[in-house]
Design a protein around this ligand. Structure first.
Ligand code: DWN
Length: 418
């Protein structure tokens, strides 16, 4: 469960960095064998073997990139019935609309512009540009969300984005004024090819606006559960700047966001026009050491302590015959439940607004997933909040459950009953 095992060290020594290809990565955290975070199980699959893969995190001293060592084939992660639909998170919809309206205004987008979104999911973001009369192209490999986007009138290619596709689009005279890529950069196995593809597709005066979870927030707030096989890389401004400069793109502006437990919104362009916000954030990272190994070295011990505290709390409540459910059939919930060892003996069911997840079971621990209405109907004593990144919104929704004495357990950064 922590860095330093001989097997883990050996893999770190030989694995090339996903960004700069340097050898000699340094171990940060070993979360053991973990199932695929969005690999929800059907009733029939419960009796079948379930794939699990090593979940080990390491640091590259050369370019500062934090990354996992295992690469699960993207076809296994994002095809089939990939269950994540962005539109089931109202907070995310608001966040995304604000971003779209800001870009339409700041970039003076119109009917002659082109906005391309990589990992466009169910059209949750591009629909704002469509509404404003700005031509769009969504690209997403997941069949379900891509079909939902097409039904919503968002032009979408159901495929992976890579350098070859970028070149084909460019050869067909498709060049983007804006490329948006939210929560996807960390997901691609060919990190460099993906970035090169962005450069190939972007107009010379275009901008790539990219959101990634911020590794500094992950460490500061103990968000170990956001580590899973879909997330191959965990970016800082330092490491993402090095990656993009390698492909002729400059990090010209940056904003820190609270979404998803803390993210960066990064603005890249083909010309060097670096704003003070970038220089200041990079200076901060050097100051606190986000670009150096010691910042990450003790994370494993902190994660083990959170695991101990949550196990004790769950054991104590179950020991008092308290009934416990969970909220959010989230990918991060898979990592937390499997690493901590929380299963059907402690959690009766998980609720989630995403109807595509109902009737399925959490990966690895096989806890059944139901609609949120079950909380008021069955009134469990406690609800473990797996989607803690939407705490305020979810607790506001569940005022009825709370008014009847229900309590939430917020597991991150440290277990707390609220
Ligand atoms: O990177 C990724 C992030 C952005 O989204 C993807 N690889 C996978 C996914 O990770 P996640 O499932 O941990 O993300 P969320 O958005 O934190 O998951 C929240 C879950 O909670 C979703 O299943 C939707 C659900 N939800 C709900 O039931 N009621 C969310 C809200 C806001 C709600 O009110």
């Amino acid at each position: 469960m922590s860095s330093g095992t001989a097997e883990f060290d050996a893999k770190c020594t030989h694995a090339p960095c996903r960004s700069c290809a340097a050898k000699g990565l340094l171990p940060i955290l070993d979360l053991g064998q973990s199932p695929l975070a969005d690999g929800l199980r059907t009733q029939e699959q419960l009796t079948q073997p379930e794939p699990k893969f090593p979940l080990q995190v390491a640091f590259c001293e050369k370019c500062g990139l934090v990354q996992i060592l295992e690469t699960v084939p993207p076809q296994e992660l994002f095809l089939g019935d990939y269950p994540y639909y962005s539109s089931f998170s109202p907070a995310l919809l608001t966040h995304s609309r604000d971003n779209a309206l800001d870009l339409i205004k700041s970039r003076k987008l119109n009917g002659s512009s082109l906005v391309v979104e990589l990992a466009s999911n169910d059209g949750y973001l591009l629909e704002n540009f469509v509404e404003a009369g700005v031509p769009v192209l969504g690209i997403d490999p997941a069949p379900g969300p891509a079909a939902a986007a097409q039904r919503a009138g968002v032009r979408t290619m159901n495929t992976f984005f890579d350098l070859d596709l970028a070149k084909r689009l460019r050869d067909q005279s498709h060049r983007a004024d804006v490329i948006i890529a939210n929560n996807v950069l960390a997901h691609v196995a060919d990190t460099n090819g993906f970035v090169e593809g962005i450069h190939a597709l972007l107009k010379d005066d275009g901008v790539a606006v990219i959101e990634v979870p911020y590794v500094r927030d992950l460490i500061d707030h103990g968000e170990f559960d956001t580590i899973y096989h879909e997330h191959l890389c965990y970016f800082s401004a330092t490491s993402v700047d090095a990656l993009f400069r390698r492909h002729g793109l400059y990090l010209n502006d940056v904003k820190r966001l609270s979404i998803h437990g803390g993210s960066l919104r990064l603005y890249f362009g083909p010309t060097d026009n670096v704003q003070p916000a970038v220089k200041n954030l990079m200076a901060e990272e050097r100051e606190i050491g986000v670009d150096r190994y010691p910042f990450f070295e003790q994370f494993g011990k902190r994660v083990s302590e959170v695991r101990r505290l949550l196990r004790n709390l769950m054991g104590e409540l179950c020991g008092k015959s308290k009934r416990i459910a969970a909220y959010g059939a989230a990918a991060k919930g898979t990592t937390l439940l499997n690493y901590v060892g929380i299963g059907t003996d402690q959690i009766d069911f998980v609720v989630d607004r995403n109807v595509h997840k109902h009737g399925k079971f959490m990966p690895g621990v096989h806890i059944p997933i139901k609609a949120p209405e079950k909380l008021s109907e069955l009134q469990p004593d406690y609800v473990l909040l797996l989607a803690w990144n939407f705490k305020d919104e979810i607790m506001a929704q569940q005022s009825d459950y709370l008014s009847k004495g229900g309590r939430f357990i917020v597991p991150i950064p440290s277990p707390q009953v609220v």
